[in-house]
Design a protein around this ligand. Sequence first.
Ligand SMILES: [Zn+2]
Length: 314
Amino acid sequence: MSTTTFTKKIIQMEAGDTKLTPPSAKSAPAGFAKKPRLAGKSKKRDIPEGLWTKCPSCSAMIFDKELDEHLKVCTKCGYHFPIGARERIHSLVETCTFEEMDPSMESVDPLNFVDKIPYPARVQEHQKETLLKDAVLTGLCSIGGHRAALGVMDFSFIAASLGSVVGEKLTRLVERATEKELPVIIISTSGGARMQEGMLSLMQMAKTSAALAYHARSRLPYISVLTHPTTAGVMASYASLGDLILAEPGAMIGFAGPRVIKDTTQAELPPGFQTAEFLLDHGLIDAIVPRTEMKARLVEYLNFLTVRRRRAGA
Ligand SMILES: [Zn+2]
């Protein structure tokens, strides 16, 4: 039996069923991109469609609606599919409490950089596809009764690379948190620096780290959550500076990729190298938290980390 015939199966759904943001074609693993729905006149026009998604880890077929309800976590094996920043915020904060900061901040093109296409065209292309202005959303919100400053990165926007906008938005978020004496939570994912912004991109590492140092000096907690994949400049700056560092199961976390390290050191890498599980065993991260438990665990940690300030009447 050919499995390919079962990778997409159209089934009948009740009218009015809406889906949360599906994994975009860019963020979906290879071979996993969804075909656009038929826009033309079809005999099936009056039948709403639902789709099954094949889990790349256990090959189970999961109904998209079920996948959305489980925050894009495979119900059979726990594989964590990519998830957008908006959907993640929705899963973490109390309804309607997210006050977005700097929603219209956009990249400029200081180097007149052209790779396959000019940088401004690349930014525009991603803005159109993701409906985001850049690779991070930041804002103040309520989580389990705590006011907190939350930043969430989105890999589907130029691999969540650390450009000037990401650095500036996160820095402003942390500065606002310091001013208002709030804890900071940053959910990271990133392919690294944004090469189209050259040195300006690298400067964001120092800028965000400095803002976090001032925040720490005020004895305010910072929880860093690492999701698949968190690498390079982001991991080498704010993502690894948390008072608590959490990770999603199976997340790839590291600085350089395994192939580069292998070629440089000429040594065999240990099994599971650069996974969240490996890094937990070696003490780099504090806990692995499944996405479906993330909110409850964050609230628990915030209760713990802010107890002294509350007792002091702060
Ligand atoms: Zn699975």
